[in-house]
Design a protein around this ligand. Structure first.
Ligand code: NOJ
Length: 550
């Protein structure tokens, strides 16, 4: 049975870096409102806002101190209500980011828990009475996952930053507060949610130390605090209480899911509408949590990984398909190497992910072909994860130069620099110096200069339109994906198939002409101007969607 969210196309906005309307160097809600026509013209149907709630911004909003309040940096609740109205006028839906694994340490619940260990809020968090650090778990942002409470023999758990204490989902009262809060947003008209780090909410009840996996003697917390037995009970309740009765769309951030878990997560009665799978995002790493653990990889690995994940996921349900987000480097730099400025290559790469099975997510600036940005000193980084990864690399014996190279290639700041609206001094984002360095060497990819024929931006617009409004839209949206062997290095293909109809999507990642037997027939969509595939020849970085129905 079809679901309302299956033909959505989502555009992710990082509000801090999208558009500054009040000249303070930070993006805001009124800035977003001023750009809704741009978003509408792109053709997407929904925007996902990373957190805009009240927050001291230790982790750029993923540390919430009031779920019912808009952070002043972004504006007011009136501004937010206006955003809802303006989106409604344009038929654009809003997806909110729900951070439910932790709050800020400045949330009133946590402040009360610290002040009075007998208060009910103490049990909203994970405290352990102990003179010593309770175990050797390493937080996702480095160092012990435990922080001592001042003046008491007690520690609290933080999977992420010290300023992000974990909520205690074992406590039913806490869970009720969460459901009440989500319902409040639903009543405001929000029907789509992205669930941050949601597979971390259940911890291994043993709280035992485990085999160290670094020179620091610690072990990654994800081994004991992610995808743990019993997680499903919490997720079922969350779904039954708020999302299911309101027919919401949900996408869960679920790194580390195994194939066996898809059924429970996104199957017929799954906890969520979609999951974000992570397997393709860290092909250059031995371990996703240590950026210094680099290894060789090839484009074939990317394709093999994606084809395997796609075929496994579609057996049960749907995923959110993406190449970029606010935690990932730019896909141009990551997958195209020396060709990260080649417009045919950038378009081909965009289409390669976009026509797979699932709901596509496009990250702001991806549609312009923005790329990574090299910083020369660790002082220039804002991202707490980058700073931690830099120091971890140094501790593990890497030189400063190596450590800088490592963080430059993966830094979350790559995607977080201001969106380039034009080539003026602050890339049209603001008229004062922005909170994070603007992209000098990147400003040629900007929304204004790309208002021309054949630009990457216009390619994205036509690609989105094609998925929504062409004769083969049904196949591109609902069709199953079948990997197709091309027998040619770095040429990848998949078929989208619905009932007896199918189309072949083929992508040349080479910088030269290649001959591929299966590239024949009528071209329905391409990044080149051609109506007929030319006797098997694919031009450099050409992609085609070919008709297979005659
Ligand atoms: C995942 C978010 O995408 C990331 O930006 C954040 O730092 C962590 N979860 C913690 O909330």
């Amino acid at each position: 049975m079809k679901k309302w969210w299956q033909n959505e196309i989502v555009y992710q906005i990082y509000p801090r870096s999208f558009k500054d309307s009040n000249s303070d160097g930070y993006g805001d809600i009124n800035g977003i409102i001023s750009k809704l026509d741009y978003i509408k013209k792109l053709g997407v149907t929904m925007i996902w806002l990373t957190p805009v709630y009240k927050s001291p911004m230790a982790d750029n909003g993923y540390d919430i101190s009031d779920y019912y309040y808009i952070n002043e940096e972004f504006g007011t609740m009136e501004d937010f209500d206006k955003l809802i109205d303006e989106c409604n006028i344009r038929d654009i839906k809003i997806m909110m980011d729900m951070v439910l694994n932790h709050t800020s340490d400045e949330h009133p619940w946590f402040k009360e828990a610290l002040k009075d260990p007998t208060s009910k809020y103490h049990d909203y968090y994970i405290f352990k009475a102990s003179k010593e650090v309770p175990n050797n778990w390493r937080g996702q942002f480095g160092g012990s996952a435990w922080e001592k409470v001042d003046g008491r023999d007690e520690y609290y758990l933080h999977t992420y930053h010290i300023k992000q204490p974990d909520l205690n989902w074992e406590n039913p009262k806490l869970r009720e507060e969460i459901y009440k809060m989500i319902q409040w947003w639903i009543d405001k008209g929000i029907k789509a949610f992205r669930l941050d780090a949601i597979n971390h909410i259940k911890k291994n009840p043993s709280y035992a130390s485990i085999e160290p996996d670094g020179y620091d003697g610690l072990a990654a917390i994800k081994k004991m605090g992610r995808n743990q037995e019993g997680l499903g009970e919490f997720l079922t309740e969350l779904n039954e209480r708020v999302f299911k009765p309101n027919n919401c769309m949900t996408v869960a951030e679920t790194a580390g899911l195994t194939n066996e878990m898809y059924k429970d997560f996104i199957g017929k009665d799954g906890y969520f509408s979609l999951v974000f799978d992570f397997r393709h995002t860290a092909l250059e790493l031995e371990s996703g949590s240590e950026w210094y653990s680099r290894k060789e990889w090839e484009l074939k690995d990317l394709n093999d990984t994606l084809m395997e994940t796609q075929t496994n996921i579609q057996k049960y349900g749907w995923s959110g398909i993406y190449f970029e987000n606010h935690d990932q480097p730019r896909s141009t730099s990551k997958y195209l190497g020396n060709y990260d400025e080649n417009e045919d290559a950038i378009k081909m790469l965009g289409a390669y992910f976009f026509f797979m099975h699932g709901v596509p997510f496009i990250y702001q600036g991806q549609e312009l072909g923005m790329k990574n940005f090299v910083r020369k000193s660790i002082e220039d980084f804002d991202d707490i994860d980058s700073i931690n990864q830099y120091h971890r690399a140094i501790n593990e014996g890497y030189s400063e130069e190596e450590a800088l190279f490592i963080v430059n290639s993966r830094s979350r700041d790559n995607a977080r620099v201001p969106f380039a609206w034009d080539d003026s001094s602050y890339v049209g984002f603001s008229d004062v110096n922005p909170w994070l360095m603007p992209l000098d060497d990147n400003s040629k990819h900007n929304a204004k200069s790309e208002e021309k024929e054949n630009s990457i931006l216009n390619f994205y617009r036509s690609m989105i339109d094609f998925r929504k409004n062409s004769d083969i839209s049904e196949i591109l949206i609902y069709g199953k994906l079948e990997p197709v062997e091309t027998k040619t290095k770095d040429v990848f293909a998949y078929r989208r198939k619905l009932d007896s109809k199918s189309v072949l999507c083929i992508f040349n990642f080479n910088d030269k002409d290649v001959n591929v037997e299966i590239n024949k027939g009528e071209i329905l969509f391409s990044n080149y101007h051609m109506e007929q595939a030319q006797e098997g020849t694919l031009k450099p970085f050409q992609m085609n969607i070919l008709d297979e129905n005659n």
